[in-house]
Design a protein around this ligand. Sequence first.
Ligand code: FES
Length: 95
Amino acid sequence: MTRNPTILCRCEGVTLAEVEEAIDQGYDTLGELRRHLRVGMGPCQGRTCLPLLAAVLARKTGRRLEEILGQTTVRPPLAPAPVGLFLEGEGVDQG
Ligand code: FES
C-alpha cells in the first residue's frame, strides 16, 4: 500500500517531503525554495502555500518565522486581472 504524499503546494504539485529534502540539501530561504521547486509560483502565487512553506522552513531550520518572512521578496499582483482581458479580440482595438 502506497502512502499518499502530503501536498504543500497544490498549484505546482510540490510535496512536503520534497520541501524537506530541499531544505536538507541547503535551500534555506523562501526565494531559494521557490526557484528550486517552483513552490509558490502557481496560479494562486503562493497565497495558500507560502505560509505553510515558511512554517516548515522555520521548523526545519530552528529560525523564527518573522526572520524567514522578512527575507521574502514575494510581489503579488497589485490587482487580479479578469481572464477576458487576455482573450484575443476582447476589448482590444484591432485597429
Ligand atoms: S498553492 Fe502554491 S502556488 Fe498555489
